[in-house]
Design a protein around this ligand. Structure first.
Ligand code: MLT
Length: 264
């Protein structure tokens, strides 16, 4: 079922009375990034996913986004749906939103699943690269930027064996509003560093990383794992940065094992 909350497209499935898993996608994707997880976990959980403002079917408005406004959006969804301590699950930019939400409103969640993400803010090189991305979109339109960015997100196995699927994902994201995509780049470029808060996370936390992830590689996530008290780390074989799409079986198994082990 689709609901519009504060202009955002929010998708609900599964059993209303069950515990909720709240999925936040990465950049520049949309809620469908989590399809394999929603299919699996809506059998016995309530699954909520949404399109981050400016991406998918959520409107871009003026594109003036910050990581703070993305967390405000998340909080509005929590409140509107009256979600009782859901399990927060975010990938990459969805992970940046999750990590900042854990800094601001940790008490609203029962557990966290952080996939292919990092707590550090962009360094100077990263900021300049984001600015170059905005300049490129202004000059060439969205499609060439999206094609290169998304291709870089996937590992070699997926790129060689799932060419059609990759093409479909690229084509979908190429239709997004460029204002929204640029707004997300600005929000990521200007986000704060959440590393100092990792030691203050006191809910069960699962970290997942693709073995071929070059954007947020395993050593970066292992470092985060060591700073979080109740954390587990799972490396996903045959996957790059987009683990839930590239190796859904192993990601679902890691999530299932984590939920069972922590009685969630
Ligand atoms: C993502 O997948 O959300 C992006 O790779 C995040 C980023 O560019 O930092």
């Amino acid at each position: 079922m689709k609901k519009i909350i504060n202009d955002l497209s929010v998708y609900l499935s599964g059993n209303d009375g069950s515990k909720t898993i709240l999925f936040i996608h990465g950049f520049p994707f949309d809620n469908t990034m989590w399809q394999a997880q929603v299919d699996e976990f809506s059998k016995d959980y309530k699954c909520v996913s949404y399109d981050i403002r400016g991406l998918g079917e959520s409107p871009a408005g003026d594109g003036q986004f910050t990581m703070e406004s993305f967390v405000d959006d998340l909080e509005t969804i929590l409140d509107e749906l009256k979600l009782n301590k859901p399990i927060l699950c975010g990938l990459s930019m969805g992970g940046y939103i999750s990590l900042r939400a854990l800094e601001r409103i940790q008490e609203k969640f029962s557990a966290a699943i952080l996939c292919d993400t990092r707590s550090e803010a962009d360094n100077n090189e990263g900021k300049i690269k984001r600015a170059a991305g905005i300049k490129r979109i202004n000059k060439e339109g969205l499609a060439p930027f999206v094609k290169d960015f998304i291709t870089n997100c996937f590992g070699d196995d997926f790129k060689q064996n799932r060419k059609e699927k990759l093409q479909m994902i690229i084509e979908k994201s190429s239709q997004f509003n460029p204002v929204g995509v640029k707004g997300c780049l600005l929000a990521m470029l200007s986000r704060s560093d959440t590393t100092m808060n990792l030691g203050k996370i006191n809910i069960p936390t699962l970290l997942i990383c693709g073995e071929q992830d070059t954007l947020t590689p395993p050593p970066v996530m292992k470092d985060m794992f060591q700073k979080i008290n109740e954390a587990e780390f799972v490396e996903i074989p045959k996957a790059g940065h987009m683990t839930p799409i590239e190796n859904p079986q192993m990601v679902n198994k890691a999530i299932r094992d984590f939920l069972v082990k922590n009685n969630l």
